[in-house]
Design a binder for this molecule. Structure first.
Ligand code: 2NE
Length: 282
């Protein structure tokens, strides 16, 4: 499969293949920990995924570690993302090149959640800390057998009491969510699947094929139907912000109706709108 670069970045790869975008956190030396630059680039890539009409599904993953000669992909430790880069964690957040503390991964979480297209976390190794939260907020998670999941915040002076906790609890239940955060243990892909955090586990060699196959199946479905389902599932949890998103999608659909066009036309033609001409469906 030939992935074609959409845009060059420094800390991520942004590629496409047949309507599927692949965003790869590309810092394998640090288990794909994110810096403020990584999260800025992720934000820019997700924003572009929203705008590009040809992109129908997004995969989020981490760059694989180098495989020494004679070894296989499965012999080596890989990471999806190990959370915030501890080298730049300072007072007030992760310090960017200008010395400004940031927690901009939260913006990336929101973008993934609000993107009106399915996002699949392709978890190829460690999904730890803020990296674990990134997979959680994706619509689906497909993991390799060697993937490892967990939170470390209370061990390393951090926490995510937002989606990282409340959405986690919606997925795995309150007791398990508290265990995951309070104990800071690591869980296998199989355990994560049993908890409902992972949709499917496959051997690492098959991970990308499996994700692409799921993406291709979703691309055979109605994009607006998927968009509305995503907005509805979010709205149940996101309060007014979730309703705003679902309502915005309803408005978009309404604008396609002659009834909505009539209102605007009548205003411009300085006449009373005639809404009686349209069917009143019970
Ligand atoms: C991911 C994990 C479990 C992997 O362990 P292992 O043994 O396979 O690798 P190792 O040797 O720990 O890591 C390889 C290199 O990557 C660096 C390490 O320091 C090491 O570098 P060298 O010793 O070779 O120089 N590395 C790994 N993770 C890093 C990180 N997050 N930042 C900077 N360098 C990192 C193991 O590496 C691990 O536990 N990593 C730390 C995970 C962690 O605690 N992340 C931060 C959580 S807090 C957070 O992400 C967060 C939040 O809670 C709320 C909001 C936003 C962010």
């Amino acid at each position: 499969r030939e992935w074609k670069e959409i845009r060059k970045f420094e800390e991520i790869l942004f590629e496409e293949y047949n309507g599927i975008a692949k965003i790869t956190i590309n810092r394998p030396r640090y288990r794909n920990a994110f810096t403020p630059k990584t999260t800025l680039e992720l934000s820019q890539a997700f924003a572009q995924c929203r705008e590009l009409q040809r992109i129908r599904v997004v995969l989020l993953t981490g760059a694989m570690s180098e495989v020494p000669e004679g070894k296989t992909l499965g012999d080596v430790k890989h990471a999806f993302c190990s959370g915030g880069d501890m080298h730049v964690k300072g007072r007030g957040g992760y310090i960017d090149d200008e010395g400004v503390p940031r927690l901009s991964v939260l913006d990336v979480q929101m973008q993934i959640r609000r993107l009106p297209k399915p996002v699949i976390a392709m978890v190829n190794g460690y999904a730890i800390g803020g990296g674990h939260v990134l997979h959680l907020v994706c619509d689906l998670t497909i993991a390799s057998e060697n993937a490892i999941f967990g939170q470390t915040g209370p061990k390393v002076g951090s926490f995510d009491a937002g989606f990282g906790s409340s959405y986690l609890a919606r997925i795995v239940g309150q007791k398990k969510a508290r265990e995951i955060w309070f104990m800071c243990r690591q869980y296998s892909a199989k355990e994560a699947e049993e908890m409902g955090m992972v949709n499917k586990v496959v051997p690492i060699e098959q991970l990308e094929d499996e994700c692409v196959s799921w993406a291709e199946t979703m691309m055979e479905r109605s994009p607006i139907a998927l968009r509305m389902i995503k907005a509805g599932l979010n709205a149940e949890l996101d309060g007014q912000a979730g309703i705003q998103q679902l309502a915005g999608d309803c408005t978009m659909l309404y604008y396609f109706l002659d009834e909505a066009q009539e209102g605007g036309k009548a205003f411009l033609e300085k006449r009373k709108p005639n809404f009686d001409q349209y069917p009143q469906i019970p």
